[in-house]
Design a binder for this molecule. Structure first.
Ligand SMILES: Nc1ncnc2c1ncn2[C@@H]1O[C@H](COP(=O)(O)OP(=O)(O)O)[C@@H](O)[C@H]1O
Ligand SMILES: O=P(O)(O)OC[C@H](O)CO
Length: 497
């Protein structure tokens, strides 16, 4: 029986493929950067063909590096940047518009109008989300409204909608499979997370024909198989999940109360709430963590739009650094109390503020402020935003716990200074696992479950390995003072005060 898994992690800034063995150990990997297009202020797009070609290329390269044949791969798992919206032709498979990326704010006005018309409460009750341009529904409606003839073609059943998972599945199966999974569906603003089906009233609200939408399956399912010509032999696709939910799975956060936070382009903190869809009183999202054999595990999520992207801005935008990793030594030199606050609200503020009109700022500059202080403030902003989320989560919890441990992953957490400051400012222990590619690992685990390599999640939980635990060591008076400075800075960039 084949024992290896091929995990695809199609992220915002790059596409990765990793081959894992049955113990969850990476055997080979490949990665491609993905171009970001900013055609107007607040717009963010990706090229669908680049997403597809990049995915195909990294899968082939990872397989080649592993020395394995396609026949030795038990299955493929797809994890993906969520919410990003694509519409393509059913006959040709060609997208009719560039992918509108989750960070894109072009539909802020439309969302504000729907909010004023009183639709938010109903939308939140069904989907667990908020009326924000972040989610897919308003992006999909925008494509149908702005690509000539698209709405009529959609009504005639000629078009298909999907988030990146569905688009890749369509291409990987040669146009034979149009499906999504419950975790990805739960990010569209069209999916009733309680009834586990598309919400017809919301489809009417956004004027979207049901024929556009993919059927929704568990995160583990027989999603289809690749034609032999792609990798030399057919490989079944056995799992799909949004990247953040996949990371929760890869971090083995299977018990209610367990929390993970992923630090990539953005930062996404997710707390498992078991079979209860906890409704946040602090503007966090209720979402599907994963669905296995028809059984839903829910989560609350706090989403921050800019985490690693702040470092990218420091590198590419203002060119204060040449590589993100330089930030660690600069912060070590600057220390943690230079008094500078960088609020990276480049595309508005996500949870718990949800302010699409807010914009970024730097506060506390003095004559002796230099590059290292500003870079340090960029790293600190990620930690302060994490505290905003953790506080909201703890206030939501029925029985707040002072024993929270945060499991972290993503490209930023190689930075020891950042993770220590995170533990300090949160006042909780932070654990960094051996495999920080937990998104890919999580979807590989899901595929392995479907392949029968594991019989249940307990087996997966036993595979999780800690690499380093960071204990908080900052005095509480200092923690309080630094965080108060952050709250003050955020208040000053808000559009609705
Ligand atoms: N040593 C580092 N310190 C801080 N940030 C880093 C470091 N190395 C990489 N990053 C940041 O991590 C991000 C990449 O993480 P990754 O998980 O690959 O992102 P994504 O999945 O969103 O594409 C980039 O935004 C980069 O700026
Ligand atoms: O591509 P990432 O890792 O930044 O994740 C993006 C999220 O899925 C957006 O919700």
């Amino acid at each position: 029986m084949p024992q290896y898994l091929l995990a695809i992690d199609q992220g915002t800034t790059s596409t990765r493929a990793i081959v894992f063995d049955a113990e969850g150990v990476p055997v080979a990997s490949a990665q491609r950067e993905l171009h970001q297009y900013f055609p107007r202020s607040g717009w963010v797009e990706h090229d669908p063909e680049e997403i597809w070609q990049g995915t195909l290329a990294v899968c082939r390269e990872a397989l080649w590096k592993s020395g394995l044949r396609a026949g030795q791969i038990a299955g493929i798992g797809i994890a993906n940047q969520r919410e990003t919206t694509l519409v393509w032709e059913a006959d040709s498979g060609m997208a009719i518009h560039p992918a509108i990326v989750w960070q894109d704010r072009r539909t802020a006005q439309r969302c504000a109008e729907l909010q004023s018309a009183g639709h938010e409460q109903r939308i939140t009750a069904a989907t667990g989300l908020l009326l924000d341009p972040y989610f897919s529904a308003s992006k999909l409606a925008w494509i149908l409204d702005n690509v000539p003839g698209a709405r009529a073609r959609a009504r005639r059943g000629e078009l298909r909608f999907g988030t990146v998972d569905s688009f890749l599945l369509w291409r990987l199966t040669g146009g034979r499979s149009h499906r999504t999974d419950a975790a990805n569906a739960s990010r569209t603003l069209l999916f009733d997370i309680h009834a586990q089906q598309w919400d017809e009233e919301l489809l009417r609200l956004f004027d979207l024909p049901a024929s556009l939408l993919p059927p929704v399956q568990d995160c583990t399912a027989e999603f289809g198989a690749t034609p032999a010509k792609l990798f030399g032999a057919p490989i079944p696709i056995l799992a799909m999940a949004g990247d953040q939910q996949a990371a929760l799975f890869g971090q083995a956060c299977f018990r209610p109360g367990m929390v993970k936070s992923t630090y990539g382009t953005g930062c996404f903190m997710i707390r498992n709430t078991g079979d209860i869809p906890v409704v946040s009183r602090n503007r966090l999202l209720t979402t599907v963590a994963y669905r296995l054999q028809g059984r839903v595990t829910y989560a609350v999520e706090g989403s921050i739009f800019v985490a690693g992207a702040a470092l990218q801005w420091l590198r590419d935008g203002v060119q204060l650094i040449r590589h993100a990793q330089e930030s660690e030594s600069l912060a070590e030199q600057a220390g943690d109390s230079c008094g500078v606050y960088l609020v990276p609200a480049f595309t508005g503020l996500g949870a718990p503020y949800w302010d699409p009109q807010a914009r970024g700022a730097i506060f506390g500059l003095t004559r002796d402020t230099g590059i290292k202080e500003i870079v340090t403030a960029g790293l600190q902003s990620v930690c302060y935003q994490s505290r905003d989320l953790l506080e909201a989560m703890q206030m939501d919890a029925a029985t707040p716990s002072d024993k929270t441990v945060l499991r972290v992953d993503g490209g930023m957490v190689v930075n020891n200074w950042l993770v220590q400051f995170l533990a300090d400012i949160l006042g909780v222990a932070v654990e960094r696992p051996r495999v920080i590619e937990t998104t890919a690992l999580g979807v590989a685990y899901l595929a392995a479950l479907q392949a029968g390599i594991y019989s249940d999640v307990q087996q997966i939980a036993r595979l999780w390995r800690n690499q380093q635990r960071f204990e908080p060591r900052m005095e509480s008076e200092r923690r309080t003072r630094l965080y108060a400075g952050w709250l003050n800075a955020v208040q000053r960039v808000r559009s609705q005060r």
